[in-house]
Design a binder for this molecule. Structure first.
Ligand SMILES: [Zn+2]
Length: 87
């Protein structure tokens, strides 16, 4: 398994959540790449990632901005995600 280094703080200690890894030091979240996903999710497409992140925005308004910014990392022109960020 390759070592993942946080782009923001250079840390390499992460906690893994469903579909994300979060830096223990600075709390930056990264979307797991397809090959890092559990087996049954390994063929998930980027569009499905975006769709599920947008669903999280709706179901979890407290963290909506965080999910929306993850969507914009994948697709910077996503207008739905921008709506959540501009609230
Ligand atoms: Zn970090």
């Amino acid at each position: 398994m390759r070592i993942f280094v946080c782009e923001r703080c250079g840390g390499n200690d992460f906690r893994q959540e469903k579909g994300f890894r979060t830096c223990q030091y600075c709390n930056t979240s990264y979307v797991l790449t397809a090959e890092e996903m559990p087996q049954k999710l390994s063929n998930i497409s980027l569009n499905d990632d975006i769709k599920s992140l947008l669903n999280k925005c709706k179901n979890d308004p407290t963290n909506a901005r965080r999910y929306a910014s993850l969507v914009l990392d994948i697709d910077p022109t996503n207008s739905e995600a921008r709506r959540f960020l501009n609230r």
